[in-house]
Ligand binder design. Structure first.
Ligand SMILES: [Zn+2]
Length: 308
């Protein structure tokens, strides 16, 4: 059996974002606390006992408090069910949560060599000593089975693959082994080896190619990049000067958007994740929400549990 918990469904900044006065953020602060959402991450387990995080968001501490599956087992003075963290990119909202996992429990970090280079280059991550926290390089198109802290197999098979995207924005224009080129943005296929059930996790994707369509066709479950509704929404709302594409994110709407591009692929369940607070599909009753839902999409929400 494959168990998945959505720890956070929001893009960088979360909902509400600390310095944002947009409609969604205002409502989330005041009369609609149900709009609140932490930054994107999921937890996955094959046995219900040992869990792997996909990305460690800056909201990790809050997410762990809210998720009983990730609490220390009763009676143990020091324990965590978290066996490892798989990183799909080097952005702040994917790696900053690692700093909240520094109190000496053993786990492993699985990441592309480029992301490992970013961690190596930032000495603050040395707080996770290599003795307790192994860093394991993963490679594109090479499936791996993450191990439990005692070395036993986890029962999960994870296949990383490249999707169209961008390097970490804070490395833009800088020469760094962690910036530019293939491997910046990974999608994952996560499979339970015993039951053969699987799903896809793609929290950042700039373009749905034919290759990606054929990969995702017939999947039981897909988490997909839902950052923006339309490419220029941050610019139009006066919230910033970057387009979705400019940040490496496809829009939900439009003829080249995610809803249209991923239609008709016989995917059982489609959930948007990494949703920016500017995205009107977050608002229940909005026209955008209705369009997404009538196309078979679910707007991701913190705490959603799925058993496959
Ligand atoms: Zn906002």
């Amino acid at each position: 059996m494959l168990r998945v918990v959505v720890l956070g469904a929001a893009a960088g900044g979360g909902v509400p974002q600390w310095n944002c006065g947009c409609e969604v953020c205002r409502k989330a602060r005041d009369e609609h606390p149900e709009l609140r959402s932490t930054q994107a991450s999921i937890a996955v387990s094959a046995d219900g006992e040992h869990w792997f995080l996909v990305n460690a968001s800056p909201d990790l501490r809050q997410q762990l408090i809210a998720t009983k599956q990730l609490h220390p087992k009763s009676g143990a003075l020091r324990h965590s069910p978290i066996a490892g963290v798989i990183l799909t990119n080097g952005e702040i909202d994917a790696v900053a949560g690692l700093l909240s996992m520094r109190e000496g429990s053993p786990f492993a970090i699985y990441a592309h060599e480029k992301v490992l280079a970013i961690l190596r280059d930032n000495s603050i991550f040395n707080v996770l000593s290599e003795k307790n926290v192994k860093r394991v390089a993963i490679a594109v198109d090479r499936a791996f089975e993450p191990a439990l802290p005692d070395g036993k197999p986890s029962g999960l098979e994870i296949l990383p693959f490249t999707v169209a995207g961008k390097g970490a924005w804070y490395l833009e224009g800088k020469a760094h082994p962690g910036g530019g080129g293939a491997g910046d943005t990974l999608g994952l296929r996560i499979r339970d080896k015993a039951s053969d059930r699987y799903f896809y996790f793609i929290a950042a994707c700039a373009d749905v190619t034919d290759e990606l369509k054929s990969r995702l066709s017939g999947a039981p479950l897909l988490f997909f990049d839902g950052t923006v509704w339309r490419d220029d929404e941050l610019v139009v709302a006066g919230l910033g000067n970057k387009t979705g594409k400019g940040m490496g994110h496809i829009s939900m709407s439009g003829s080249a958007g995610a809803i249209e591009s991923l239609a008709g692929l016989d995917i059982d369940r489609k959930i948007f994740l990494h949703i920016n607070n500017s995205n009107p599909a977050l608002l229940k009753g909005s026209a955008e929400r209705r369009i997404a839902e009538s196309a078979g999409w679910q707007i991701g929400a913190d705490g959603t549990e799925i058993v496959l």
